[in-house]
Design a protein around this ligand. Structure first.
Ligand code: PLP
Length: 429
């Protein structure tokens, strides 16, 4: 029997919304407060010197390096900063193209433009990650790097990304902003390519409000990154036992000690946050697979390694996805379409390649093969983003909250007859 959906005047599954869709931000406690207070009391908020330097950023970098099993970690002010620093460490600039997935946050492509290069977009597949089969389409001599984004807690097909990169001798940056702790075949995402970048912004797995990190196993890339993020300086010569040899003009993308202090305490909670999300995600997944045999849950290249911060569902049509979002929100279960249902290049400032510079620099470079963005460029992304809905998972959800999500999905699925809508005849389906 069908229950009356809240959108049609029935009783909503929940009388109150779920907890906010945040992760590390929901587990703040005395630890963060006390550690920040120590930095403030010491009057030493700058990472490189102070009357009573606490070394919080350095300690955080050490913890992160140890856990990820990577040689070098550099704390920075955001992941946007980390992407710019990574691109500059690799020597990317004016006249270069960088491969970016069509389905990612604006910052991934924005950072490429900030580094004076131009993004070229590859399509996505059912996993919501980069479609590796589409890489050849955008490849030419002017492409100088790939940014592989591990979207929504789930890894890209890194073996195939790396094989493609090796074939053309391209460096790989992994954008792990949304997927801290995620693994691919047992290795941490961010440590497989040449450089990994992370975000500690409020929405992310762990947070200090803002913050980011660059990780690499290459002493040369580390030195270049450290210099670029600190006005060309390299202050940790002894600590890193590498021979400083680069000299160029840098910027300021440094992490401050308050951020470092919060991140040390957040870091200790990484396992708790991830295991709570995994538990809830698994409960939802198993219940829905049993109760709604026709349901399509986002597939994963390595389910074991996912950090499960979001529950993604595919629908047969755009109309079905739109009705699902409306009906779920009426049940007081927060649900939305990823990036408003559109790939990044459909945002008008990308579509029209508008920058603050003269002649829309750096898009004005006389590329041999011009870079033009247009509707239809990445058809799978355009189609699938319109048919994909997300339900955020938070580590502080209770088992009852999880059951409410299951109840609401089943109720709305049946209420909207979603099991009866036929699927498009696509190669993805
Ligand atoms: C959030 C995010 C960023 C940017 O992170 P900030 O720390 O806010 O600059 C970059 N890439 C992806 C995929 C993101 O989700």
């Amino acid at each position: 029997m069908k229950e009356q959906m809240a959108i049609n005047g029935g009783e909503p599954v929940r009388s109150k919304p779920l907890p906010p869709m945040l992760r590390g931000a929901m587990v703040y406690g005395e630890e963060e407060t006390e550690h920040v207070a120590k930095v403030v009391t010491a009057g030493s908020p700058f990472r490189y010197y102070g009357p009573n330097l606490q070394g919080a950023v350095e300690e955080f970098e050490r913890l992160m390096a140890e856990r990820l099993n990577v040689s070098y970690v550099l704390g920075v002010s955001s992941c946007t900063a980390a992407l710019i620093v990574a691109l500059k460490a690799l020597g990317i600039g004016y006249g270069d193209k960088v491969i970016v997935p069509a389905n990612t946050f604006t910052a991934t492509a924005g950072a490429v433009v900030c580094a004076n290069a131009v993004p070229v977009f590859v399509d996505m597949d059912d996993t919501l990650n980069m479609d590796v089969d589409d890489l050849e389409r955008v490849m030419d001599d002017e492409v100088k790097a790939i940014i592989a984004v591990h979207i929504n807690g789930s890894a890209c097909d890194m073996d195939r990304v790396m094989a493609f990169a090796r074939k053309y001798d391209l460096p790989v940056i992994e954008d792990v902003a949304q997927s801290l702790g995620c693994t691919y075949k047992g290795r941490y995402c961010g440590t497989i390519g040449d450089i990994g970048v992370y975000s500690f912004q409020m929405q992310k797995i762990l947070t200090a409000g803002e913050g980011g990190a660059v990780v690499t196993n290459s002493p040369e890339l580390f030195e270049r990154a450290a210099r670029y993020h600190d006005q060309g300086n390299f202050r940790d010569k002894g600590k890193h036992q590498i021979t400083p040899k680069f000299s160029f003009i840098g910027q300021n993308y440094r992490m401050n000690e308050m951020t470092g202090a919060v991140m040390i305490e957040q870091w200790k909670k990484l396992d708790t946050v991830i295991s709570a999300m995994r538990k809830h995600h698994q409960t939802i997944r198993e219940a829905l697979n049993t109760q709604l045999p026709g349901i399509r849950i986002r597939p994963s290249i390595d389910l074991q390694g996912d950090v499960d911060c979001v529950f993604a569902l595919q629908h047969a049509t755009k109309a079905a996805a739109d009705s699902f979002v409306k009906a779920m929100n009426a049940e007081n279960i927060f649900c939305f379409k990823m990036y408003g249902g559109e790939p990044i290049y459909m945002q008008s400032f990308f579509l029209h390649q508008r920058t603050t510079d003269k002649d829309n620099f750096p898009f004005n470079y006389p590329f041999q093969k011009p870079v033009i963005y247009s509707k239809g460029m990445c058809p799978h992304a355009e189609d699938l983003l319109q048919r994909t809905t997300l339900l955020p998972v938070s580590p502080v959800m209770t088992d009852e909250d999880t059951q409410d999500i299951i109840k609401a999905v089943v109720k709305v699925y049946k209420g909207l007859n979603l099991e009866e809508i036929s699927w498009p005849n696509s190669s993805l389906a």
